[in-house]
Design a protein around this ligand. Structure first.
Ligand SMILES: Cc1cc2nc3c(=O)[nH]c(=O)nc-3n(C[C@H](O)[C@H](O)[C@H](O)COP(=O)(O)OP(=O)(O)OC[C@H]3O[C@@H](n4cnc5c(N)ncnc54)[C@H](O)[C@@H]3O)c2cc1C
Length: 490
């Protein structure tokens, strides 16, 4: 039995911990915050937490290989899912457009509003409807796979659907530009922004239509708790409020790590499942970073990070005008460095566990980029200025929501707003990123392994390894880090 220390109790750290614990190792996780779950969760008050607007649990259909992993880590144990009819909706002035689960309905409604776009609408919605289940490599890292396994096809990733081929080399902005109708364009870009690959849009909508990205009741708070509980039930330990600030390396091995309150932890092996940039810049040293990752973190325009200004409301009332998932186009207003005009939202009216009969939750966010992050960073030197600017932005958003959806007027109470600095301070996240690098056209082949250059007994997990993005990427990276470690511990 080896003693293993994991830095970070986000999705990737928890996943690695479970795969290692079940092999009989002594596994402890050290987490900076007073809760496990990382970026699945935000802290709203002293002891109140809320999910971070994760769109859905991608890979929750039994036909998807990812399902086995979610099941293995206990994520979906006894979890109920809601099957919403609307994937995404947009409102601009008095006009609305919905991307329905029923793609035939969307096709009909979109052609009716923009007959000149019929060919592109049909092509897009046929591709979404036939998207099916993605083949994601959840089995083991490709560099640990032998020829026979490769030939058997068990570790292949991708989607063999020919209808997706013509969208391969385009980003979402280019996809939207294929349509004449401004509302269709807006509906497409409001979901994931313009820079991500068009495939990401097709995959998000396609997984939803295939009932492979469902929304958990209780949100991702439930999912995170499920995984944490599984690890603890196996005898695993999580040390909360324990920020690791130092790692000692000798003879190509991590010897010990040290917490902010100067406690030293020694272990046989380590998994660094905190933000990769933070890990190398603050704990291990940049020289241990793989070349591709160094290039990606060098500030090149090809590797963008996405962050958000988030805003959580308590909504004391009922609304007929607002759907559960959507985006609103408003007049442009200043948010961060630039003018913004798209507010995304989720209304949790479908989830009775969130609040009570008379009140529910509303979470809004506005996309922010690196320039915006720099703006927030520059004013964050003075906490009061930061708070005042954030509150001003929150009021601007609230005003626009109330105008667009009049039955919410005077019923919205701001609970908390999150600037990119919140994500940086709370999770040590690079430029306040909410996930890894934006999967744009040029980042297609970015997929670094969890090996750490020049260190034998430590591996990396987390969103910045590339490959599949978001929650699935985090989980897979955690599993793969555990497999790499099990190989060296043999
Ligand atoms: C607002 C928002 C919306 C999102 N929407 C989606 C979505 O729709 N779909 C999707 O797939 N993904 C989405 N994501 C992304 C997804 O939540 C993340 O990709 C995933 O949770 C990241 O997991 P991780 O383990 O890689 O990192 P994290 O969750 O960041 O885990 C790292 C952990 O390490 C801890 N830590 C950091 N430094 C230290 C240290 N020095 N010592 C100890 N602990 C440390 C952090 O506190 C954190 O708990 C969203 C994220 C946010 C914030």
């Amino acid at each position: 039995m080896s003693k293993i220390a994991i830095i970070g109790a986000g999705l990737s750290g928890l996943t690695a911990a479970i795969y290692l614990k079940e092999q009989g190792h002594d596994v402890c996780i050290y987490e900076k915050n007073d809760y496990a779950g990382g970026r699945l969760i935000s802290k709203e008050g002293n002891e109140t937490y809320f999910e971070n607007y994760i769109r859905g649990l991608a890979g929750c259909s039994k036909n998807d290989k990812m399902y086995e992993v979610w099941e293995h880590i206990g994520a979906i144990k006894d979890t109920k899912f809601i099957r919403l009819k609307r994937f995404h909706s947009v409102k601009s002035g008095n006009e609305e457009l919905v991307f329905w689960r029923d793609t035939q309905r969307s096709k009909k409604e979109m052609i009716a509003r923009s007959p000149e776009d019929e060919e592109q609408i049909t092509k897009l919605l046929d591709a979404v409807a036939s998207f099916g289940i993605e083949r994601i490599n959840v089995k083991k890292p490709i560099d640990m796979t032998n020829q026979f396994e490769l030939m058997a096809g068990g570790v292949v990733s991708g989607n063999a659907n020919k209808k997706l081929d013509s969208y391969e080399n385009m980003n979402i902005g280019e996809l939207a530009a294929k349509f004449n109708d401004p509302l269709i364009r807006l509906a497409i870009i409001s979901l994931l922004g313009t820079d991500a690959k068009a495939y990401e849009f097709l995959a998000a909508y396609g997984n939803f239509v295939a009932a492979n990205a469902e929304i958990p009741i209780g949100g991702f708070l439930t999912i995170a708790k499920n995984i944490e509980n599984k690890f603890k039930a196996m005898g695993g330990k999580i040390f909360l409020n324990c920020e690791i600030v130092k790692a000692d390396i000798k003879n190509k091995r991590v010897i010990s790590i040290e917490s902010a309150d100067e406690k030293t932890v020694t272990a046989d092996a380590y998994i660094f499942a905190a933000d990769a940039n933070y890990v190398f810049m603050n704990l291990l040293g940049e020289k241990h970073m793989q070349r591709d990752m160094k290039k990606a973190f060098s500030g090149t325009k090809d590797f963008k990070v996405e962050t958000v200004f988030g805003l959580s409301f308590l909504f004391e009332g009922k609304t007929e005008s607002m759907y559960s998932n959507g985006a609103l186009e408003t007049d442009a207003f200043m948010l961060g460095k630039d003018m913004r005009s798209i507010i995304n939202y989720r209304l949790y009216d479908y989830d009775e566990t969130m609040e009570n009969e008379s009140a529910t939750r509303l979470f809004c966010f506005v996309r922010q980029d690196e320039e915006d992050y720099l703006y927030w960073k520059s004013i964050s030197i003075d906490k009061e200025s930061l708070e005042a600017a954030a509150m001003q932005a929150a009021e601007n958003i609230k005003f626009r929501i109330e105008e667009a959806f009049p039955d919410t007027k005077n019923k919205l109470k701001i609970l908390k707003c999150y600037t990119p600095i919140y994500f940086e301070e709370n999770y040590n996240s690079y430029l306040g990123a909410v996930r890894g690098f934006c999967p744009g056209k040029k980042t297609g082949n970015y997929n670094v392994s969890g090996n750490i250059k020049g260190i034998k007994n430590a591996f990396l997990a987390g969103s910045f390894l590339g490959g599949v993005t978001g929650i699935r990427g985090a989980v897979i990276s955690g599993k793969f880090a555990a497999l790499r470690m099990l190989k060296v511990l043999k």
